[in-house]
Write a protein that binds this ligand. Structure first.
Ligand code: AMP
Length: 220
Protein backbone atom coordinates (compact mmCIF):
# COMPACT_ATOMS: atom_id res chain seq x y z
CA UNK A 1 0.00 0.00 0.00
CA UNK A 2 1.37 3.39 -1.03
CA UNK A 3 -0.03 6.00 1.31
CA UNK A 4 0.39 9.75 1.72
CA UNK A 5 -0.50 11.46 5.01
CA UNK A 6 -1.30 15.12 4.43
CA UNK A 7 -1.87 17.71 7.13
CA UNK A 8 -0.43 20.81 8.77
CA UNK A 9 2.55 20.61 11.13
CA UNK A 10 1.38 19.16 14.44
CA UNK A 11 -1.61 17.31 12.93
CA UNK A 12 -0.21 13.99 14.15
CA UNK A 13 1.06 12.59 10.84
CA UNK A 14 4.24 11.22 12.39
CA UNK A 15 2.49 9.65 15.39
CA UNK A 16 -0.11 7.98 13.20
CA UNK A 17 2.44 6.89 10.59
CA UNK A 18 4.47 5.09 13.28
CA UNK A 19 1.43 3.03 14.29
CA UNK A 20 0.56 2.24 10.67
CA UNK A 21 4.09 1.03 9.89
CA UNK A 22 3.66 -1.71 12.48
CA UNK A 23 0.23 -2.74 11.22
CA UNK A 24 1.09 -2.82 7.52
CA UNK A 25 4.83 -3.60 7.85
CA UNK A 26 5.80 -0.83 5.46
CA UNK A 27 8.23 2.01 6.22
CA UNK A 28 7.39 5.53 7.28
CA UNK A 29 9.19 8.01 5.07
CA UNK A 30 9.39 11.35 6.84
CA UNK A 31 11.26 14.02 4.90
CA UNK A 32 11.38 16.12 8.11
CA UNK A 33 13.18 13.27 9.95
CA UNK A 34 15.57 12.71 7.03
CA UNK A 35 16.39 16.41 6.85
CA UNK A 36 16.91 16.64 10.64
CA UNK A 37 19.31 13.69 10.41
CA UNK A 38 21.26 15.49 7.66
CA UNK A 39 21.32 18.64 9.83
CA UNK A 40 22.63 16.67 12.85
CA UNK A 41 25.27 14.99 10.73
CA UNK A 42 26.19 18.38 9.24
CA UNK A 43 26.22 17.06 5.69
CA UNK A 44 26.44 19.79 2.98
CA UNK A 45 22.73 19.24 2.28
CA UNK A 46 21.93 19.42 6.01
CA UNK A 47 23.83 22.68 6.46
CA UNK A 48 21.84 24.26 3.60
CA UNK A 49 18.51 22.79 4.72
CA UNK A 50 18.93 24.09 8.30
CA UNK A 51 18.57 27.72 7.19
CA UNK A 52 15.18 27.02 5.61
CA UNK A 53 14.01 24.80 8.45
CA UNK A 54 14.95 27.28 11.20
CA UNK A 55 13.04 29.98 9.33
CA UNK A 56 9.94 27.79 9.07
CA UNK A 57 10.28 27.75 5.27
CA UNK A 58 10.30 24.79 2.92
CA UNK A 59 13.56 23.27 1.72
CA UNK A 60 13.84 23.44 -2.09
CA UNK A 61 11.78 20.98 -4.12
CA UNK A 62 14.90 19.66 -5.90
CA UNK A 63 16.62 18.66 -2.64
CA UNK A 64 13.55 17.02 -1.13
CA UNK A 65 12.53 15.21 -4.33
CA UNK A 66 16.10 13.89 -4.60
CA UNK A 67 16.10 12.38 -1.10
CA UNK A 68 12.65 10.85 -1.55
CA UNK A 69 13.60 9.32 -4.90
CA UNK A 70 16.66 7.72 -3.34
CA UNK A 71 14.62 6.45 -0.38
CA UNK A 72 11.76 4.99 -2.45
CA UNK A 73 14.24 2.98 -4.50
CA UNK A 74 15.26 1.00 -1.38
CA UNK A 75 14.10 -2.60 -1.12
CA UNK A 76 12.02 -2.07 2.05
CA UNK A 77 9.58 0.01 -0.03
CA UNK A 78 8.72 -2.88 -2.32
CA UNK A 79 5.42 -3.62 -0.51
CA UNK A 80 4.54 0.00 0.05
CA UNK A 81 5.36 3.07 2.11
CA UNK A 82 3.82 5.83 4.18
CA UNK A 83 4.87 9.32 3.13
CA UNK A 84 4.78 11.74 6.05
CA UNK A 85 5.52 15.37 5.22
CA UNK A 86 5.97 14.79 1.49
CA UNK A 87 4.74 16.03 -0.94
CA UNK A 88 4.35 19.56 0.37
CA UNK A 89 4.04 21.47 -2.92
CA UNK A 90 2.31 20.81 -6.23
CA UNK A 91 5.76 20.51 -7.84
CA UNK A 92 6.68 17.75 -5.38
CA UNK A 93 3.37 15.97 -6.04
CA UNK A 94 4.01 16.06 -9.80
CA UNK A 95 7.56 14.79 -9.26
CA UNK A 96 6.26 11.98 -7.04
CA UNK A 97 3.76 10.92 -9.68
CA UNK A 98 6.48 10.70 -12.32
CA UNK A 99 8.95 8.91 -10.07
CA UNK A 100 6.36 6.33 -9.06
CA UNK A 101 5.39 5.84 -12.71
CA UNK A 102 9.03 5.11 -13.48
CA UNK A 103 8.99 2.43 -10.74
CA UNK A 104 5.67 1.03 -12.13
CA UNK A 105 3.83 2.21 -8.99
CA UNK A 106 1.21 4.76 -8.02
CA UNK A 107 -0.31 6.35 -4.92
CA UNK A 108 -3.18 4.29 -3.42
CA UNK A 109 -4.54 6.63 -0.76
CA UNK A 110 -4.06 10.21 0.38
CA UNK A 111 -5.45 10.97 3.81
CA UNK A 112 -5.70 14.52 4.99
CA UNK A 113 -5.70 14.95 8.79
CA UNK A 114 -7.68 18.10 9.55
CA UNK A 115 -6.87 20.14 12.68
CA UNK A 116 -7.62 23.84 13.23
CA UNK A 117 -4.83 26.37 13.79
CA UNK A 118 -5.57 27.17 17.44
CA UNK A 119 -5.37 23.51 18.40
CA UNK A 120 -2.12 23.15 16.42
CA UNK A 121 -0.44 26.07 18.20
CA UNK A 122 -1.37 24.53 21.58
CA UNK A 123 -0.12 21.10 20.59
CA UNK A 124 3.19 22.24 19.20
CA UNK A 125 4.24 24.18 22.30
CA UNK A 126 4.20 20.92 24.32
CA UNK A 127 5.98 18.78 21.75
CA UNK A 128 9.33 17.25 22.75
CA UNK A 129 11.63 14.93 20.80
CA UNK A 130 14.36 12.53 21.93
CA UNK A 131 17.77 13.71 20.78
CA UNK A 132 18.96 10.12 20.59
CA UNK A 133 16.19 8.01 18.98
CA UNK A 134 13.79 10.68 17.67
CA UNK A 135 10.77 9.38 19.64
CA UNK A 136 8.17 12.13 20.07
CA UNK A 137 6.41 13.06 23.33
CA UNK A 138 3.90 15.69 24.39
CA UNK A 139 4.10 17.29 27.82
CA UNK A 140 0.30 17.11 28.24
CA UNK A 141 -0.96 14.32 25.97
CA UNK A 142 1.92 11.84 25.99
CA UNK A 143 4.36 12.82 28.76
CA UNK A 144 7.58 10.88 29.37
CA UNK A 145 7.68 8.75 32.55
CA UNK A 146 10.67 10.77 33.79
CA UNK A 147 10.70 14.48 33.00
CA UNK A 148 13.17 15.35 30.24
CA UNK A 149 14.11 11.70 29.48
CA UNK A 150 13.02 9.36 26.70
CA UNK A 151 11.01 6.27 27.83
CA UNK A 152 12.61 4.15 25.09
CA UNK A 153 16.31 4.92 25.39
CA UNK A 154 16.78 7.42 28.24
CA UNK A 155 17.97 10.09 25.75
CA UNK A 156 17.54 13.80 26.44
CA UNK A 157 14.26 15.36 25.30
CA UNK A 158 14.40 18.72 23.51
CA UNK A 159 12.07 21.16 21.82
CA UNK A 160 12.69 21.47 18.08
CA UNK A 161 13.98 24.92 17.08
CA UNK A 162 11.17 25.18 14.54
CA UNK A 163 8.48 24.45 17.16
CA UNK A 164 8.76 27.95 18.73
CA UNK A 165 5.47 29.91 18.53
CA UNK A 166 6.85 32.38 15.99
CA UNK A 167 8.29 29.77 13.63
CA UNK A 168 5.18 27.67 14.03
CA UNK A 169 3.00 30.56 12.80
CA UNK A 170 5.26 30.86 9.77
CA UNK A 171 5.06 27.10 9.14
CA UNK A 172 1.27 27.20 9.30
CA UNK A 173 1.19 30.08 6.79
CA UNK A 174 3.52 28.13 4.51
CA UNK A 175 1.23 25.11 4.84
CA UNK A 176 -1.84 27.13 3.83
CA UNK A 177 -0.10 28.70 0.89
CA UNK A 178 1.97 25.84 -0.52
CA UNK A 179 0.67 22.54 0.84
CA UNK A 180 -3.10 22.97 1.28
CA UNK A 181 -3.53 23.15 -2.55
CA UNK A 182 -2.62 19.43 -2.55
CA UNK A 183 -6.01 18.71 -0.98
CA UNK A 184 -7.80 19.67 -4.19
CA UNK A 185 -4.95 18.19 -6.28
CA UNK A 186 -5.55 14.73 -4.81
CA UNK A 187 -9.34 15.19 -4.63
CA UNK A 188 -9.27 15.65 -8.41
CA UNK A 189 -7.41 12.36 -8.69
CA UNK A 190 -10.10 10.71 -6.50
CA UNK A 191 -7.43 9.63 -4.00
CA UNK A 192 -8.29 11.92 -1.10
CA UNK A 193 -10.11 11.24 2.12
CA UNK A 194 -10.23 13.66 5.03
CA UNK A 195 -10.40 12.66 8.67
CA UNK A 196 -10.89 14.73 11.82
CA UNK A 197 -7.51 15.01 13.56
CA UNK A 198 -8.90 16.03 16.95
CA UNK A 199 -9.35 13.27 19.52
CA UNK A 200 -7.29 10.52 21.09
CA UNK A 201 -4.43 8.88 19.20
CA UNK A 202 -6.47 5.64 19.18
CA UNK A 203 -9.63 7.28 17.79
CA UNK A 204 -7.71 9.04 15.06
CA UNK A 205 -5.96 5.78 14.18
CA UNK A 206 -9.38 4.16 13.90
CA UNK A 207 -10.60 6.89 11.54
CA UNK A 208 -7.44 6.43 9.48
CA UNK A 209 -7.96 2.70 9.20
CA UNK A 210 -11.59 3.27 8.17
CA UNK A 211 -10.44 5.74 5.52
CA UNK A 212 -7.79 3.35 4.21
CA UNK A 213 -10.09 0.38 4.15
CA UNK A 214 -12.93 2.40 2.66
CA UNK A 215 -15.38 2.13 5.53
CA UNK A 216 -18.57 4.13 5.08
CA UNK A 217 -18.36 5.21 8.76
CA UNK A 218 -15.78 7.82 7.86
CA UNK A 219 -16.37 11.31 6.49
CA UNK A 220 -15.39 11.16 2.81
P1 AMP B 1 8.32 18.24 9.48
O1 AMP B 1 9.07 17.47 10.50
O2 AMP B 1 7.66 17.39 8.45
O3 AMP B 1 7.37 19.24 10.09
O4 AMP B 1 9.41 19.10 8.67
C1 AMP B 1 10.27 20.03 9.31
C2 AMP B 1 10.84 21.00 8.28
O5 AMP B 1 11.60 20.25 7.31
C3 AMP B 1 9.82 21.77 7.47
O6 AMP B 1 9.34 22.93 8.13
C4 AMP B 1 10.63 22.11 6.23
O7 AMP B 1 11.54 23.15 6.47
C5 AMP B 1 11.42 20.83 6.02
N1 AMP B 1 10.68 19.86 5.17
C6 AMP B 1 10.20 18.64 5.55
N2 AMP B 1 9.58 18.03 4.52
C7 AMP B 1 9.67 18.90 3.48
C8 AMP B 1 9.19 18.86 2.14
N3 AMP B 1 8.50 17.82 1.66
N4 AMP B 1 9.47 19.93 1.35
C9 AMP B 1 10.18 20.98 1.79
N5 AMP B 1 10.63 21.09 3.05
C10 AMP B 1 10.38 20.05 3.90
Amino acid sequence: MNLILLGPPGAGKGTQAKILTKKYEIPQISTGDMLRLAVNEQTPMGIKAKEFMDAGALVTDEVVVGIVEERLAKTDCVNGFILDGFPRTVKQADALKHMLQSFGKSVDHVISIAVDQEELLGRISGRRTCRNCGRGFHLLFDPPRTAGKCDECGGELYQRDDDSAETMRKRLAVYEEQTAPLISYYAKESLLRTIDGIGSIENIQQSLLCAIEGSKDDHP
